[in-house]
Design a protein around this ligand. Structure first.
Ligand code: FES
Ligand SMILES: [Fe+2]
Length: 391
């Protein structure tokens, strides 16, 4: 008797998304709701690829850290006394206890384990271990926190759990050159965190189209028309494209106006555009004339995600005594909440066994890129189990 395989996705469904754009169908229901597919995504995508944890300016002083969770893994990303940003597994080397709980924080001189008080320096080295000098052959240098790969790209800090992951710079070689935005010198102006009841891919897909904007974002159309998108394009590790600001508008705020100057060095085209990119799997980078907004999406379960936003500004803008990021923050906070509400509603729909995908509208080309990237990366897991219809 042959061993029965789990039925993850039908070959017909995979092929339907892979057809040429004008004939293709969006992803079917199981990738949004099946916990087995969710686990496979964690293993195949999130524990293999580079994940952006935030901008380096959010870790401005020694001891500043971010804590991120991916599946069963938890990582501390911390600036050391020497200024270097490093990443470690959030796991004590004595008997494994989790060390830090907060997503953002600062430790004073060391990380102290809450169980038996082993203490680690900001570089991960074990500094003190109470009474362990009584243990024969115990050598502190053998028990530093286990490192996680950590690299920066344009000022953004990325981690990878995969020691064999292609170097970050190589992954992003095909991305458009945005060096004129000077992203490495931008500074954190605001942060927001959201927890939503929707699959991480729904959030990425929603970001990739403005077909939903007239219905869901009444404040957005007066600033940037929903059909103003230029050609979207893709590479191995990204998809995205620009949208145009309406005449008379200089950035994305409620009024389309701001007191901030544009980021120095931008050309005339950049002053009329907002560039929206999804860097796979789930780093959403939105380049405005006077600020940069990022979303990082952290999958919690098939139907649950945490989304973290950062608003970054030029140091000249932040240094001004009248600096006030609220026009940019409030605008996108309102837009975010509208997006999360519709994503949660979409999740409820795709949970239904009755769901069958329709067709892509022409404004949804970026989603087609995203969905096909997803299938390319998940193919082995998904199509290796194609033994029935699971639509
Ligand atoms: S488990 Fe951390 S000090 Fe014992
Ligand atoms: Fe939206």
């Amino acid at each position: 008797m042959s061993e029965s395989k789990p039925n993850l996705l039908s070959l017909a469904d995979i092929e339907a998304t892979r057809r040429p754009f004008v004939e293709a169908r969006p992803l079917p229901g199981p990738p949004y709701r099946d916990p087995r597919i969710f686990s496979a995504e964690i293993e195949t995508l999130f524990l293999k690829m580079w994940l952006c944890v935030g901008h380096q300016s959010g870790l401005s002083s020694p001891g500043d850290y971010l804590m991120r969770e991916v599946g069963d893994e938890s990582v501390i990303v911390m600036r050391g006394d020497d200024g270097t940003i490093r990443a470690f597994h959030n796991v004590c080397r004595h008997r494994g206890t989790r060390l830090l709980d907060d997503a953002v924080g600062t430790v004073p001189a060391c990380i102290s384990c809450p169980y038996h008080s082993w203490a680690y320096g900001l570089d991960g080295k074990l500094l003190t271990a109470p009474l362990m000098d009584e243990v024969e052959g115990f050598d502190k240098t053998d028990y530093a926190l286990c490192p996680v790969r950590c690299e920066t790209w344009n000022g953004f800090v990325f981690i990878s759990f995969d020691p064999d992951a292609v170097a970050l710079v190589e992954c992003f070689a095909g991305l458009p050159d945005f060096s004129r935005f000077g992203m490495e010198r931008l500074e954190l102006g605001a942060r927001h965190e959201y927890e939503i009841a929707a699959n991480w891919k729904l959030v990425c897909e929603n970001y990739g189209e403005c077909y939903h904007c007239p219905t869901n974002h009444p404040q957005l159309n007066p600033v940037s028309h929903f059909r103003s998108g230029g050609d979207s394009f893709e590479g191995d590790y990204f998809c995205g494209g620009p949208m145009r600001l309406n005449d008379g508008c200089v950035t994305m705020t409620v009024t389309g106006q701001t007191t901030r100057d544009p980021i120095e060095g931008l050309g005339p085209d950049d002053l009329r555009l907002v560039h929206y990119f999804n860097i796979y799997p789930a780093f959403l980078l939105s380049l405005h004339p006077d600020y940069v907004l990022t979303h990082t999406i952290w999958p919690g379960a098939a139907d649950r995600s945490v989304i973290r936003c950062e608003w970054l500004f030029a140091p000249e803008a932040i240094d001004r005594s009248d600096f006030d990021p609220s026009d940019a923050v409030d605008f996108w906070h309102v837009t975010n909440e509208q997006d999360w509400a519709i994503c949660e509603r979409a999740q409820k729909g795709v949970q239904s066994r009755s769901y069958r995908p329709g067709r892509y509208q022409s404004l949804e080309k970026t989603i087609y890129f995203f969905d096909n990237w997803y299938l390319r990366f998940m193919e082995t897991v998904l199509s290796g189990n194609c033994n029935g219809d699971n639509g």
